[in-house]
Design a protein around this ligand. Structure first.
Ligand code: MN
Ligand code: MN
Length: 324
């Protein structure tokens, strides 16, 4: 039934959002259409506005909205690969995870897991934007229902620490829990960009003893991005792999808007190059987390996050073809 038959008045022209002026209309991720029927999409971009599990500065709950706004700056065709993800896949914005108990950390984790499980059951690839890093554990629960996945984890921190202030689900713990729950294969896991002093070595030790390849920032500087990318592809191999990008992997000069900044990190182009090095990996999902806009009035952190998200979107669109 058309609008005129139903008596309704069409209020939108249905124009192509990629050719309309980019400052107009509702700011969805990348100006992609809002998803109402999940079966009509291949890739869903999802906001996870939750920062109830931070160990220090909050603010990442505001990440998805600011990244949506900044992502209106993104365009379609990749400058080096010439990939146009919108030609390869049907891509939309699935909105935010509908939280039902925001003051309950473990309940919020369940809300996230349920939402991503529904996408996974529908055969849709998810690209998430946090939120603090605690959100990745429930996403992995949804992605790894059948088998553990490999992990490319780009971050200043290993996030393999144990309980903090009585909770096992802080943003410093998701990958320890993911190993314990059999969601990730530590032998197919690489952590890249680790740095910053710690008060104990317990998290670093867990990563190493579980069998993960841990690349501290000084080794990144020594080996160079191309060699690190090669190492990442070798570690994760041909199996299904998740990529988690913590914005604090970048130096605070490029991304100051984050809860736990660490000086001496990746440059923006190194972050892009590292993601580009993951082309060809069987990616089953990805996220960009820890964007805390209140700490960056310039808005640049959200723009950098949107740019990394676009790089990931291109990889996920190509990986859909590899996985089919
Ligand atoms: Mn992290
Ligand atoms: Mn971090």
């Amino acid at each position: 039934m058309t609008d005129s038959e139903s008596g309704g008045t069409p209020i939108r022209s249905g124009r192509d959002s990629m050719s309309a002026p980019r400052y107009m209309d509702i700011a969805t991720f990348m100006r992609a259409p809002v998803i109402s029927d999940i079966s009509a999409f291949d890739i869903a971009m999802v906001g996870v506005p939750y920062d109830g599990a931070v160990t220090n500065r909050p603010g990442a709950r505001h990440g998805p909205r600011e990244v949506r706004n900044a992502s209106t700056m993104m365009r379609a065709i990749h400058p080096t690969t010439r990939v146009n993800p919108y030609e390869l896949c049907r891509i939309g914005d699935a909105g935010d995870v509908p939280f039902t108990r925001i003051y309950d950390t473990e309940g919020s984790i369940q809300d996230i897991a349920e939402f991503f499980s529904s996408l996974s059951r529908a055969g849709v690839t998810a690209l998430a934007v946090g939120g603090d890093h605690s959100i990745t554990l429930p996403i992995l629960r949804a992605m790894a229902r059948d088998r553990p996945v490999g992990l490319i984890h780009i971050d200043a921190h290993t996030d393999t620490w144990d309980a903090f202030m009585g909770s096992r689900y802080s943003h410093g713990a998701p990958f320890r829990r993911a190993v314990e729950e059999g969601l990730i294969d530590p032998k197919r896991t690489i952590q890249i960009g680790i740095r910053g002093a710690q008060n104990s070595t317990e998290g670093w030790d867990f990563s190493a003893s579980s069998g993960m390849r841990v690349v501290f920032m000084d080794e990144v500087a020594r080996m160079g991005i191309d060699a690190i990318g090669e190492e990442a592809r070798r570690i994760v191999g041909d199996g299904p792999t998740y990529l988690s990008f913590d914005i604090d992997s970048l130096d605070p000069a490029f991304a100051p808007g984050t809860g736990t900044p660490e000086v001496g990190g990746l440059t923006a182009i190194e972050g892009q190059a590292l993601i580009r090095q993951c082309r060809g990996v069987q990616l089953v999902g990805a996220d960009v987390v820890e964007v805390a806009p209140p700490f960056d009035p310039s808005g640049n952190t959200a723009l950098v996050a949107a740019t990394m998200m676009y790089e990931l979107l291109c990889l996920l669109a190509e990986a859909r073809g590899l996985n089919d």
